[in-house]
Design a protein around this ligand. Structure first.
Ligand code: COA
Length: 415
C-alpha cells in the first residue's frame, strides 16, 4: 500500500532525541529518511545508556526506525560536496545542532537556497530569538524554561520535571507538523522555507492551560479547583497543583487495594458533574446527592479534599482494575496508573501497533513504541534502526558516485 509521504526525501541531520523523533515520524509516514552521521562516531545516543556491550542502545534504536544511515564528514571539502548533492536531491533538511553549527559548517540558509530553492530547512533549537538563543539545551532545561517545572509537583515541594519528554519528543512533534505544512505550502509557492520549533515554545504550547490560569489568578486572586483552595494562600504566580485536573472537572490520584506494596496501585478519579449522583451511589454516600454542601460543582469545590478522602476509602477496597470496571459501568471518568511493565505487556497496545517488537541484527528482539498516529490509507510498518553507515554506499550510488569515488572517499575517511 502507498504511504502518505511517498516520494519525499529527508536529509536527516538530527541527533539525540528531539530531531530524531520528528524524522522517525516522517519515515513512518513513508518519507525516505537519510540520516547523516559523523564517520566512526555517529549519533552520540548509539553509545549512551547501553544495556548490551557494542550494540546500539535502545535510546538510539527506539528513535531511529525506518531510516537509512550514511556516514559523512561534512567538515571536509569532499564531504561538503557530497552534502551539496544531497541537498540538491532532497526535499527537507532537518537538523537540531547547537545554534550556528550548520552555518559554521558552511551551510547557511542562503547557501542552501542557492543549491536548492525548494528545500525546506527545519530546525529544533532550545530557544527562539532572545537572550538565550545561543544556548545548548536538553529536555529538562526546556521543561524548566517553558513553564512545565514551575507548575508540576506539590505545593510544599520543589519544581518537578515530568517523565514525559515534552521538551524533546514534544518539540519533534511540533517540527514534524511544521515540515508537513511547509511541504503543503510548497505545492502552491514552489519555494522552500525555514521551519523553526524552539523547545521552550513547544513546552509552553503544551502548558497553555497554565498561562490560562495565570491570567485567571491575576484577575480573581484564587484558583478554586487547585488544592490550595480553600485553606491556603495563593501567591502571584500559578502554583503547583499536585494531581489536580487541569480542567473544570475536579480529579485526583487515589490509593487502591495493594498500595502498601505496589507503587502503582492507584487510580485517577474524576468527579465529573453529570455523574455526581452515580459517584455518591458507588461509594455509598447517597445522602450527598441532595445535600446542599455537595449537590453542586461550586459547593463541592469547598470540600474536595474530604470528598476525595471518602472516595479513596472506597477505591482502597478494590484493585485499580476492579475499580475501573465498576466506575465505567456508570461512565465515571477514571484511569488506572499503569506501570511501564504493565504497558509493555498490554495486549491491545500490541494489537494496535503502538507497542511493537522489533528484531535487530546485533541486539536481538526489543520493544518499541510504534506510530501513535493511525492512518487508514497509510499504515506504518516499523523496521529496525540502521547500523552506523549501513546505507552509505547505497545512497552514494543513487547520487551517481561510482565504486572508485566511494573508495576514494573511504580512503580519505570522509565516509
Ligand atoms: N560531520 C562533521 N561534523 C559534524 C557532523 C558531521 N557529520 N555532525 C555534527 N558535526 C559537528 C557540528 O558541526 C558541531 O561542530 P561545531 O561545534 O564545530 O560547530 C559539532 O559536531 C557538535 O554539534 P552540537 O550540536 O554542538 O553537539 P553537542 O553534543 O555539543 O550538543 C545539543 C548537543 C543537543 C546540546 C545541541 O546539539 C543542541 O543544543 N541542539 C539544539 C537543541 C536540541 O535539539 N536539544 C535537544 C536534544 S535531544
Amino acid at each position: 500500500m502507498s504511504k502518505a509521504l511517498d516520494g519525499v526525501r529527508i536529509l536527516d541531520f538530527t541527533h539525540v532525541q528531539s530531531g530524531p523523533t520528528c524524522t522517525q515520524l516522517l519515515a513512518w509516514f513513508g518519507a525516505d529518511v537519510i540520516k547523516v552521521e559523523r564517520a566512526g562516531e555517529g549519533d552520540a545516543t548509539r553509545g549512551q545508556l547501553r544495556d548490551i556491550p557494542d550494540a546500539d542502545s535502545l535510546y538510539f534504536t527506539m528513535l531511529n526506525h525506518n531510516k537509512r544511515s550514511v556516514t559523512l564528514d561534512t567538515k571536509k571539502p569532499s564531504g561538503k560536496r557530497v552534502l551539496e548533492t544531497l541537498i540538491k536531491t532532497c526535499d527537507v533538511l532537518v537538523e537540531n545542532f547547537a545554534p550556528g553549527a550548520l552555518d559554521r559548517m558552511g551551510f547557511t540558509w542562503e547557501r542552501i537556497q542557492e543549491l536548492n530553492p525548494k528545500m525546506i530547512v527545519a530546525s529544533v533549537k532550545g530557544f527562539g530569538p532572545g537572550p538565550y538563543e545561543d544556548c545548548k539545551v536538553y529536555e529538562n532545561v526546556a521543561q524548566c524554561a517553558g513553564g512545565a517545572a514551575s507548575t508540576t509537583g506539590f505545593d510544599d515541594g520543589p519544581p518537578m520535571v515530568t517523565g514525559a519528554q515534552i521538551g524533546d519528543s514534544g518539540t519533534g512533534l511540533h517540527l514534524a507538523l511544521g515540515i508537513v505544512t511547509a511541504l503543503y505550502q510548497r505545492n502552491t509557492t514552489g519555494r522552500g522555507q525555514k521551519v523553526l520549533a524552539p523547545m521552550q515554545d513547544a513546552v509552553l504550547n503544551l502548558c497553555r492551560v497554565k498561562l490560562r490560569d495565570q491570567q485567571r489568578l491575576e484577575r480573581t486572586h484564587v484558583l478554586k479547583e487547585y488544592p490550595q483552595y480553600p485553606d491556603s494562600h495563593f501567591g502571584d504566580a500559578v502554583p503547583r497543583a499536585g494531581n489536580a485536573s487541569g480542567g473544570g472537572q475536579p480529579g485526583w490520584i487515589l490509593k487502591c487495594k495493594g498500595w502498601e506494596t505496589d507503587p502503582n496501585a492507584y487510580i485517577y478519579f474524576i468527579t465529573q458533574g453529570p455523574v455526581w449522583p452515580a459517584v455518591c451511589k458507588v461509594i455509598g454516600e447517597e445522602g450527598w446527592i441532595d445535600d446542599e454542601a455537595y449537590a453542586t460543582p461550586a459547593a463541592r469545590l469547598l470540600h474536595l479534599k474530604p470528598i476525595f478522602k471518602r472516595i479513596e476509602q472506597w477505591t482502597m477496597s478494590k484493585t485499580k482494575f476492579e475499580a475501573m470496571e465498576i466506575l465505567n459501568q456508570y461512565d465515571i471518568p477514571c484511569g488506572p496508573i499503569l506501570s511501564m511493565k504493565e504497558i509493555a505487556h498490554d495486549e491491545s497496545l500490541r494489537r494496535s501497533g503502538t507497542i511493537v517488537e522489533v528484531d535487530h541484527p546485533v541486539r536481538g528482539k526489543y520493544l518499541t513504541v510504534g506510530n501513535p498516529i493511525k492512518m487508514s490509507d497509510s499504515p506504518t510498518e516499523v523496521t529496525r534502526s540502521p547500523l552506523l553507515g549501513e546505507h552509505t554506499e547505497e545512497v552514494l550510488s543513487e547520487l551517481g558516485y561510482g565504486a572508485a569515488d566511494i573508495a576514494a572517499l573511504r580512503a580519505e575517511k570522509v565516509i
